[in-house]
Design a protein around this ligand. Structure first.
Ligand code: GLU
Ligand code: MG
Length: 465
C-alpha cells in the first residue's frame, strides 16, 4: 500500500491541479452495488490526492444493500461494523460535461490494510480479464444503453407512485425520425457530452417503446466497458435533468410493454487477431471461441442472476420482444439469447457475439466478470455450441421447441438465483464472499416484491437505476 500510495501521490496532485484549473470543484467516486445501483462518495477536487493515497472510508454493508435501499445480510457481510477504503482509478478521472464543476472516477475497494476487498466487483472483473490473459485471450466488450425519457413532473413525485402517468416529450413512431426531430437539441447534447468525455459513440437511435432511445459505444477491455456504461448512463441522466427530463434505465418502465435491455457485446482475440474470423471454421468461429461461447450459453440460467438481477428484470423478459428469453444461439437472430454478429466479411472488427438478455439493473462489473468466468470454463470443458436457431422460438409450439432442444431461461429471479447458487464455476470465480452477497441481495429482493403486482414492481423500480 505504501509504495502504491506514493506512486499515485504525484500523479494525483497534478490531476487535482488540472481539474481545479478546469473549474472542477468536486469529484464523484462511484462503485456499483450488487443490486446494480451506482453509489457514490464525493470529495472536493483538492482532496483527490489524499483520496488516491489513503482511500475514502465506506461501510462494507453496501454489499448487501437492495435496490430499495433496504439492508440484508449474508454469511460474511452485513451490520454496522468494519470499514473499507474506496480508491479512485486515476486513469479514468473524467470531467463531466453535463455537470459543470464535477468530475467522476470509478473506484476500487480495499480494506484498511490495503488488501483487496473480496466483494469488490470491479476487481473481480479485472481478475477475470487477467485470468483470460493468462491463457492468451483478450476480450473486447461493450454495453448497449437503452433508456426511456419522460418529462420530469413538477415537485419530483415519490419514486414509488404506481399511478404516475409517464409524460413523454416525443410522440413519434418506433425508430422514427420524428422522435429525433422532436428531441434534436436533447439528443445532440447527449452525444456531445459523451464525446467530450472521451466516449466513442457508434450510433444513437429511437427504440421500440414510447420515449425509448439507444446509444452504442465502442468496445474496450472488460473493465473499461463496465466503467463506460456507468459514465454513459450518468451522463444521459445529467443531460436529461438539464432539459427538464428524466431518464429511466429500468428493465421494465411500464409493465407489459417492451423494456430496456443492456445487451453485452463481446469479441475474442488472440495475439490481436479476431477468433470470430477463422476462414475454415464453422461460422468463422475458432474452436476456442466456440467453446467460450458454448460455456456462456450453458451458464446463461445462472448468469441471469447477475445480468437480470431484479424481480423487475423478469417483467421485461417476454418472448418476441428481442430480449432473448430462450437458451439458444443464432446467427444474427435477435430472438436468441446469444446472437452471433458476423458483420461484413471484410470488416476486421465485424465478428463478435451479443448477450441480449441482460439489462441495466445488472452490476456491469459482475456481468463482464461472470461472463468471462463462464466462457473460460467452457474452454476448459471443451464445450461445443449446439446447432444455431433461426426464427423466433417464441412462435414455435412447445413440442417443436422441445424437439430443437430450446429451453426457456429462468422466468423469475428466484429460479436464476437457485441456478447461480448451484454454479460451482461461478462460485469459484467470484469467491464465497461476493457470491454469497449477490445471492443474499437476490433473495431479499424476491422477498420484498413477493405478492406485488407487475405494475407495482415496475413503478417501484422505474427510477432506481
Ligand atoms: N428493447 C429490447 C430489450 O429489451 C432490445 C431491442 C434491441 O434489440 O435493441 O432488450
Ligand atoms: Mg436496442
Amino acid at each position: 500500500m505504501g509504495s502504491r500510495a506514493a506512486q499515485q501521490r504525484q500523479e494525483a496532485r497534478q490531476l487535482a491541479a488540472r481539474l481545479s484549473a478546469e473549474g472542477v470543484r468536486n469529484v464523484a467516486l462511484t462503485w456499483v452495488d450488487n443490486a446494480g445501483i451506482v453509489r457514490v462518495k464525493t470529495v472536493p477536487a483538492e482532496r483527490l490526492a489524499a483520496a488516491a493515497e489513503r482511500g475514502v472510508g465506506m461501510s462494507p454493508v453496501f454489499d448487501v444493500f437492495t435496490s430499495d435501499d433496504a439492508i440484508t445480510a449474508s454469511d460474511h457481510l452485513g451490520g454496522p461494523d468494519g470499514d473499507l477504503r474506496l480508491f479512485p482509478d486515476l486513469d479514468r478521472v473524467t470531467t463531466l460535461a453535463a455537470q459543470p464543476g464535477w468530475a467522476w472516477a470509478p473506484a476500487d475497494r480495499y480494506d484498511q490494510l490495503g488488501r483487496t476487498h473480496p466483494a469488490c466487483q470491479r476487481q473481480f472483473a479485472r481478475r477475470m480479464t487477467e485470468r483470460a490473459a493468462t491463457v492468451g485471450l483478450e476480450l473486447r466488450m461493450g454495453f448497449e444503453t437503452e433508456w426511456v425519457v419522460a418529462r420530469a413532473p413538477a415537485g419530483h413525485q415519490a419514486a414509488t407512485d404506481a399511478d404516475e402517468p409517464l409524460d413523454y416529450p416525443c410522440a413519434g413512431p418506433a425508430y422514427g425520425m420524428t422522435r429525433v426531430v422532436e428531441l434534436s437539441d436533447y439528443l445532440r447534447d447527449v452525444t456531445e457530452a459523451l464525446s467530450v468525455q472521451g466516449i466513442d459513440v457508434l450510433q444513437l437511435h429511437p427504440e421500440y417503446a414510447p420515449g425509448q432511445f439507444e446509444v452504442t459505444t465502442a468496445p474496450g477491455d472488460p473493465v473499461r466497458a463496465a466503467d463506460d456504461v456507468v459514465l454513459v448512463r450518468e451522463t444521459i441522466r445529467a443531460v436529461s435533468v438539464r432539459h427538464g427530463l428524466r431518464a429511466s434505465f429500468a428493465p421494465s418502465v411500464v409493465a407489459g410493454a417492451v423494456g430496456n435491455g443492456c445487451h453485452l457485446h463481446l469479441g475474442l482475440y488472440r495475439d490481436g487477431t479476431s477468433l470470430h474470423r477463422s476462414p475454415d471454421a464453422p461460422w468463422g468461429l475458432a474452436p476456442e471461441a466456440a467453446a467460450f461461447l458454448g460455456g456462456v450459453l450453458g451458464a446463461l440460467p445462472a448468469l441471469l442472476a447477475i445480468g437480470c438481477p431484479s424481480p423487475a428484470s423478469y417483467l421485461r423478459l417476454q418472448p418476441s420482444q428481442w430480449a432473448g428469453v430462450y437458451q439458444c444461439w443464432g446467427v444474427e437472430n435477435r430472438e436468441a439469447a446469444l446472437r452471433l454478429i458476423t458483420g461484413a466479411p471484410d470488416d476486421p472488427d465485424g465478428g463478435h457475439a451479443e448477450i441480449k438478455t441482460f439489462d441495466a439493473a445488472a452490476n456491469p462489473y459482475l456481468a463482464v466478470g461472470a461472463v468471462i468466468a463462464a466462457g473460460l470454463h467452457g474452454i476448459e470443458s471443451a464445450d461445443r455450441l449446439p446447432e444455431p436457431q433461426t426464427g423466433d422460438p417464441g412462435v414455435l409450439g412447445v413440442r417443436e421447441r422441445a424437439r430443437r432442444g430450446i429451453v426457456r431461461l429462468p422466468a423469475t429471479v428466484t429460479e436464476a438465483a437457485d441456478r447461480l447458487e448451484k454454479s460451482a464455476p461461478l462460485r469459484d470465480a467470484m469467491g464465497e464472499v461476493l457470491h454469497g452477497a449477490v445471492l443474499a441481495v437476490r433473495r431479499a429482493e424476491e422477498a420484498h416484491f413477493a405478492g406485488s403486482e407487475d405494475d407495482e414492481i415496475a413503478a417501484a423500480t422505474r427510477w432506481r437505476w
